[in-house]
Write a protein that binds this ligand. Structure first.
Ligand code: SF4
Ligand code: F3S
Ligand code: FES
Length: 276
């Protein structure tokens, strides 16, 4: 016989004017390989058909089932009950609009953020369907693919203290998205254009480096690398606005050339093309 699990689940339906938020207790016997997806479906089928939560793929692909599980944002379909204590407390993700109980609308938030960050390829090239596809370096394609693995679950945003305090903060998912376009050679935006979007307190300079985003990301995206990359690029773009180009284009490359090879190579590893 499996453990007797106790579920404490947040209940509230904002569509119903009589509804008030409360925590409801359920009990369920644990079965082998039980996930929260299975547990919640059983609770809805066997105990309370009014329980609201979202699922679509059940395979960690759609991001719909994100919720706060014992205080940490995560995907319910990828969470096995055996890894949780006897008492499992479930809340909806904060920050996003509550639909009801454990269901939130992440779509509206992501659409607004992607509109703010102009999250599409900017190019003046006219598409010619008769032309052969343009080739891309494998390494660059892999880099883009790595950043495209985001499933827009919203866990990184919900886990971020800055996003909790400031609803205008773009959040790690949007900043990761901008980094994705910056490495894409098809996007013809200049660094100044990217700077105008994210080089501010709502964007990369608002990030306080709290690191929860990367810790919590269920797809293990290298968010800190991307935030670091963006911070460095935008920092340099900001400096360039105040330093005359004679310094960045002539003086610094001149000094770099005078350095011994070994020192220059080491510097290049740490700061690749800082003023390019
Ligand atoms: Fe979810 Fe990770 Fe994408 Fe954030 S970056 S939305 S945690 S998949
Ligand atoms: Fe938030 Fe991640 Fe920055 S948790 S403050 S976006 S490092
Ligand atoms: Fe799709 Fe969980 S149901 S990620």
């Amino acid at each position: 016989m499996g453990r007797k699990l106790q579920f404490e689940i947040f209940r509230y339906n904002p569509q119903d004017t009589k509804s008030v938020p409360f925590m409801q207790t359920f009990f369920l016997e644990e079965t082998d390989k039980m996930t929260l997806f299975i547990a919640l479906n059983r609770l809805r089928e066997e105990q309370d058909p009014s329980l609201i939560f979202d699922f679509c793929c059940r395979a960690g692909i759609c991001g719909a089932c994100a919720m706060v599980i014992n205080g940490k944002p995560g995907l319910a379909c990828q969470t096995q009950t055996k890894d949780q204590p006897d008492k499992i407390v479930l809340h909806p993700l904060p920050i996003f609009k509550l639909i009801g109980d454990l269901s939130v609308d992440t779509g509206v938030w992501f659409r607004e953020m992607y509109q703010k960050t102009e999250s599409w390829i900017h190019t003046n090239k006219i598409f010619d369907p008769t032309k052969e596809e343009e080739r891309m370096e494998n390494l660059v394609a892999e880099q883009i693919y790595e950043l495209e693995r985001c499933i827009e679950c919203g866990c990184c945003v919900a886990a971020c203290g800055t996003a909790r305090m400031r609803e205008d903060f773009m959040g790690a998912a949007s900043l990761n998205r901008i980094a994705r376009f910056m490495v894409d050679p098809r996007d013809e935006r200049t660094e100044q254009q990217y700077f105008d979007i994210v080089g501010n307190d709502y964007g990369i300079f608002g990030c306080m480096g709290l690191l929860a985003c990367e810790d919590i990301c269920p797809k293990k995206l290298p968010l800190q690398n991307q935030l670091g990359y963006l911070r460095r690029k935008m920092g340099i773009t900001a400096i360039k606005q105040y330093i005359p180009s004679i310094v960045t284009k002539t003086l610094i490359p001149g000094v770099q050339k005078m350095l011994p090879d070994s020192v220059r190579k080491r510097l290049e590893n740490v700061f690749p093309d800082p003023f390019c």
